[in-house]
Ligand binder design. Structure first.
Ligand code: PEP
Length: 251
């Protein structure tokens, strides 16, 4: 019922030519896949280069961040309208690296989510606990706070396009993937919080992606769990063959 989403977060990797080479490698490997939505998220400067290469591939384009104002004296920022203009349809918001290194808070995530939705972009809203929080038994408390803070003030209709990504910080880029049980437990909790905020039907429909050291070898187990609806992939999205085999997890 929920169409899986496999999204590649290229982080601070890939110049224009490197990005084009990756798409050239990836596109034939995922051609014909229609049971999964495929998204790639390059750096801002590469966005406008990719739509021509992605045409007809079924792969969507995401930005890795967005600002909440449409225009103005905000040096260094990029607005939803500018992302659309560059060819993006999705945007990652609240990635833990932005929370950790760039001062992202629940409040800024919330402003960005609202701006993205207003600008007709699909937000991929990232939440996840640190190792410290998990070990202190605070995982659910953190997830609930990040979720409620990031989605505050949205109506059910506004929330409908939102994709949520559960990314335990201790699993990102560390090679330490959450177990299928740990991920399923967190996803079921997140779906429950969304049911409380927007109702059961919204919770049944929302796609919740797992992120954190997803690889071709572990994606199948994760995707076999009922509340895991896809993956946000960092390192393994930088090579066409590994990302394609994650996309083709069900084959
Ligand atoms: C990410 O960047 O969102 C991520 C999950 O990275 P990795 O797959 O490398 O852990």
């Amino acid at each position: 019922m929920r169409k899986p989403v496999i999204a590649g977060n290229w982080k601070l990797f890939k110049t224009k030519n490197e990005a084009l080479a990756l798409i050239e490698e990836l596109a034939p490997l995922v051609s014909g896949v229609d049971n999964v939505e495929i998204v790639v998220a390059p750096v801002f400067t590469v966005l406008p280069t990719l739509p021509a290469a992605l045409a007809g591939t079924g792969i969507s384009l995401a930005a890795q961040d967005v600002f909440w104002e449409e225009e103005g004296a905000f040096t260094g920022e990029v607005s939803p309208r500018m992302l659309l203009d560059a060819g993006a349809s999705h945007v990652i918001i609240g990635h833990s690296e932005r929370r950790q290194y760039f001062g992202e808070t629940e409040e800024t995530v919330n402003k960005k989510v609202k701006a993205a939705l207003k600008g007709a972009l699909v937000p991929i809203v990232c939440i996840g606990e640190t190792l410290e929080a998990r070990e202190a038994g605070d995982t659910f408390k953190v997830l609930e706070r990040q979720l409620k803070g990031g989605l505050e003030g949205l109506t059910g209709t506004q929330f409908a396009p939102v994709i949520v990504a559960y990314e335990p910080v201790w699993a990102i880029g560390t090679g330490k993937v959450a177990s299928d049980d740990q991920a399923q437990e967190a996803h079921a909790f997140i779906r429950g919080v969304i049911a409380g905020l927007f109702g059961k039907s919204a919770a049944d429909k929302v796609r919740i992606l797992y992120g954190g050291s997803v690889k071709p070898e572990n994606v199948k187990g994760l995707m076999s769990r009922p509340d895991i609806d896809g993956a946000l992939v960092g390192g393994a999205s930088l090579k066409g063959a590994s990302f394609a085999s994650i996309v083709r997890y069900s084959e």
